[in-house]
Write a protein that binds this ligand. Structure first.
Ligand code: FEO
Ligand code: CA
Ligand code: CA
Ligand code: CA
Length: 609
């Protein structure tokens, strides 16, 4: 197809300079501007109360946009002037959400906090493709998914004794989804979302399984158990509540009355998210990382095949299939000690194997039944001998090539006494800046059990860190990058990387970067935006044919307090203007970046990723 419109519809840009970690501003390239689409507390329904942070209630919050937006998708309808925004609300920052005089009232902060978690589906409209969106209060598809929303549990572990509680003796219905971090959109138009740091809201008995998942025995500081006893698994009848979180959930954003699903088939761990790829024979595979230091990378392979156009059938594909965990093997001589040396053969690369955990409905792990493998997946993968990774966050197949990109965000404990040291796939001890691995399935068979891999980026600020590596691209011509977290692809096949943690690593605000994957510029890394002080860049969505990009700006000013904000993002209303209708406080928000160059891109970018 031809390219039209502003900048020819390729989202061309001049990279921005890195921004010091003390700057409370959102920076975009020349000839682009940004605006918020929706902010924490914005009312979603006609009867939603207006945002009133000094008098916030659980009832109000449950009808408003939640806190700490992470995963994001922007899904235009045919025609491109209406659509939906789908978002995860991962966690809460009580210190910036509540005035100090309310912070001791744990009943209040917990009940509001519970309602601020979950997910949101919000209708959006605009004048024309390429123009900024506004959200629709009272939109027909608007929905808040909260801790009260019933989820159907499916897959081999549904109904397992491990999932039963006094409130759900069948073990097949869970209220709510928690700590949803990243996610993905399926080819059939549903959203996958990963339940991640559930130990922040749940506690449970002192068992080896809970220990392996980092579940505390004492209730965590948010004290949700004061509102509902189920959040503390030491309360009689709720011992298994903790086993009911840590899954990939699937949401249908087109139907606000649909019952979302928890897929036990993809295992239980700290799922960053999941992204699917349809293999040439129609088998659907899903890749997912367990975001913990020294944890693993997983692949699900569907039993049934994708059928184009049959949405109801395709919505069953993730319910049953095989589950594997990755083992990486390097192929260079000698030790990789994490210094600035390249491996002996000049490249970080090697072979890999998908180790079976569940195949054809049978457990492949000695001493564990299928439901145990799927509920205590970390322990199963330990037994299988998987490779301990540096916090695999987003894992996403490139829709243009099927190659998989794994953002290993960082792992400062690698090489510490008693812990795993550097290996070729995790080549740095004290890996502060993270790296990005590229996986190529052997014989282009996404459903197969062997692969090859190489490292695309060893992140860092090359001006200060000799071990930074950009696939051989000159390090004096790249933007410094640290702590890769969420990834996305555009219609041209570029990889986009959002970061989380750069301020404490390389001293710059987090941002969004574009990386060349092919040709002589492979490894070229260019910064597109930077987020305000203390914020993390989440959920990038790139609609390059419309010259637009979207990010969820999470936890702006999180090291401040309600009374002493460290950020005024996104409205930048200063305290002197309080009372004029907006509040002088940071609000996690979804923002859009759009071209200010004249021109009307005619493309509706419905599948820009
Ligand atoms: Fe919620 Fe793995 O970041
Ligand atoms: Ca996050
Ligand atoms: Ca993340
Ligand atoms: Ca992160």
């Amino acid at each position: 197809f031809a390219h039209w419109g502003a900048n020819n519809g390729t989202l061309e840009f001049e990279p921005i300079a890195p921004v010091a970690a003390t700057v409370d501003d959102l920076n975009v390239p020349k000839n682009y501007d940004w605006s918020p689409i929706i902010r924490w507390g914005d009312p979603l329904f006609h009867d939603s109360p207006e945002f009133d942070p000094r008098n916030q209630t659980a009832e109000a919050q449950a009808k408003q946009f939640g806190f700490n937006n992470d995963y994001l998708d922007i899904m235009p309808d045919a025609g491109g002037t209406a659509g939906v925004l789908v978002c995860n609300h991962e966690y809460t920052n009580e210190n910036t959400m509540f005035p100090a005089d309310q912070s001791e009232d744990l009943q209040r902060t917990a009940s509001v906090g519970i309602a601020a978690h979950g997910m949101a589906v919000v209708e959006i409209v605009r004048e024309a493709p390429g123009k900024p969106w506004t959200y629709v209060r009272g939109g027909a598809r608007n929905r808040r998914i909260t801790a009260d929303t019933p989820f159907r549990v499916d897959g081999p572990a549904a109904g397992s004794d491990l999932l039963k509680t006094v409130a759900d003796p069948e073990g097949k219905t869970v209220l709510g989804t928690q700590n949803n971090c990243s996610g993905g959109v399926t080819p059939w138009g549903t959203i996958l979302s990963g339940e991640e740091n559930i130990q922040n809201v749940l506690s449970g008995p002192d068992t080896p399984e809970n220990k392996r998942y980092g579940i505390p025995v004492e209730p965590p500081k948010r004290r949700w158990d004061l509102v509902d006893p189920r959040w503390n698994g030491n309360n009689a009848g709720y011992e298994n509540e903790v086993n009911r979180f840590g899954y990939i959930v699937e949401i249908d954003p087109s139907d606000p009355n649909s019952t979302p699903v928890k897929h036990t088939s993809m295992g239980r761990f700290k799922h960053e998210g999941a992204n699917v790829y349809v293999a040439s024979d129609g088998t659907v595979v899903a890749y997912s990382g367990d975001d913990e230091r020294f944890d693993y990378l997983y692949k699900f392979v569907s039993e049934k095949k994708y059928v184009a156009g049959d949405r109801a059938h395709n919505m069953t594909l993730l319910s049953f299939g095989d589950l594997y965990v990755a083992k990486f093997t390097g192929n260079s001589e000698g030790e990789i000690d994490g210094s600035s040396r390249l491996p002996s053969d000049g490249a970080f690369d090697g072979a890999g194997e998908w180790l079976p955990l569940v195949v054809d409905g049978e457990s492949k792990v000695e001493g564990m039944d299928v439901d145990e493998v799927l509920v205590f997946t970390r322990l199963a993968a330990d037994k299988a001998g998987a490779t301990k990774m540096d916090r695999p966050e987003d894992v996403e197949p490139n829709p243009h090539t099927g190659k998989i990109y794994v953002a290993c965000t960082n792992n400062t404990l690698r090489g510490e006494p008693g812990l795993a040291g550097a290996d070729e796939a995790n080549p740095r001890n004290n890996n502060r800046d993270g790296h990005v691995i590229e996986i190529t399935e052997d014989a282009a068979n996404s459903a197969g059990t062997t692969f090859h891999w190489d490292i695309l980026l060893v992140c860092g600020d090359p001006a200060k860190n000799g071990s930074a590596y950009f696939s051989g691209f000159p390090t004096d011509k790249v933007s410094p990058i640290s702590c890769p977290d969420n990834v996305a692809f555009d219609s041209q096949g570029y990889l986009w990387i959002a970061t989380d943690g750069a301020p404490t690593a390389i001293g710059y605000n987090d941002g969004l970067f574009r990386v060349d994957l092919t040709g002589p510029k492979r490894g070229r890394t260019q910064q597109f935006l930077s987020v305000p002080q203390d914020a993390e860049t989440c959920g990038p969505v790139i609609h390059d044919r419309e010259n637009m990009a979207y990010v969820a700006v999470q936890h702006p000013g999180e090291d401040g307090t309600f009374e002493t904000p460290r950020s005024y993002f996104p409205d930048y209303v200063l305290p002197t203007r309080e009372g004029e209708g907006q509040f002088a406080m940071p609000r996690p928000s979804v923002i859009q970046i759009f071209s200010t160059t004249e021109g009307e891109p005619p493309f509706v970018d419905e599948d820009g990723r």
